[in-house]
Design a protein around this ligand. Structure first.
Ligand SMILES: C[S@@+](CC[C@H](N)C(=O)[O-])C[C@H]1O[C@@H](n2cnc3c(N)ncnc32)[C@H](O)[C@@H]1O
Length: 252
């Protein structure tokens, strides 16, 4: 049986012993980071867990797929920033001179804004972060930008609120933006369907759409939205070697 934590996040099929060990390991990790000197970030790789390493490998796989695709990156469902921050760093590593590769993040920062009968088990408010987290995440992303090749540059923006509404502001503010990569990770049906319908005109033949819950028993809403809006038979869809339920889909 999968477990949820107090924010409504699924934390997998862990036994009580594993959950207890995890609490102990978190303390060890926080202590290690606090004890390490100014190279704490490098030394913290010693306490980075397998799933976090897999997430970076997965994002790297996707990022390398878009290097020759024109346009910006949008992530729908940012949560604590565990994907948008590595994506921003990957951009600054792989293509610091791509001055058009803006990264836009969308989230309520208050968890699911709505759930439908296509999202059994999901509750409004699940996957919330904490009050004021958008500002904290902006500081985190600002810091990452400040240690890039162009320290003054800020090539990201966060949109707070229901993405099916804030996407209208984005479309209006950026009429020239084409989307190279859209990551759907809101988990639930309605916003996935509405955002997907609205961004379709901004995609090109080689744009990549990532659906984080494409093959997921607990969150069947996301793939249903994708099926209703896209002709999946016309898309080149692959899985990631580092992720069990996501689809990396390219118009072919
Ligand atoms: C699974 S988390 C995203 C995880 C994140 N992509 C990562 O890599 O860590 C799902 C996120 O979707 C957001 N979300 C759900 N429904 C939303 C909506 N209608 N508009 C904006 N964000 C939404 C939630 O607030 C939550 O932060």
């Amino acid at each position: 049986m999968s477990t949820k934590n107090e924010s409504g996040e699924l934390v997998g099929n862990r036994t009580q012993i594993q959950l207890d060990n995890d609490i102990e390991f978190k303390e060890l990790a926080l202590q290690q980071i606090s004890d390490a000197g100014e190279n704490w970030a490098m030394h913290s790789l010693a306490v980075m867990k397998r799933n976090a390493i897999a997430r970076i490998l997965y994002l790297d796989e996707i990022y390398r797929d878009i290097l020759l695709v024109l346009g910006v990156i949008c992530e729908f469902g940012v949560h604590w920033g565990a994907s948008i921050a590595p994506l921003l760093n990957l951009r600054n590593i792989y293509e610091p001179y791509n001055v058009e590769r803006f990264i836009y993040g969308f989230d309520t920062f208050e968890g699911f804004a709505s759930v439908s009968d296509k999202d059994p088990g999901a509750k409004v408010g699940d996957f919330s972060s904490i009050g004021g987290y958008q500002e904290t995440l902006e500081k985190i992303l600002n810091y990452h930008e400040s240690i890039s090749a162009f320290q003054e540059r800020r090539m990201f923006e966060l949109f707070k609120g229901d993405a099916s509404i804030t996407i209208d502001t984005w479309l209006e503010n950026y009429p020239g933006a084409t989307i190279a990569l859209a990551i759907f990770d809101m988990d639930v049906y309605k916003p996935t369907k509405e955002v997907l319908e609205k961004i379709l005109p901004r995609l090109t033949k080689n744009s990549i759409l990532v659906f984080d819950e494409f093959c997921h028993q607990k969150f069947p809403g996301e793939v249903q939205a994708a099926r209703e809006v896209l002709n999946l038979m016309n898309m080149d869809i692959k899985r990631s070697r580092h992720h069990s339920h996501c689809a990396i889909a390219r118009f072919s």
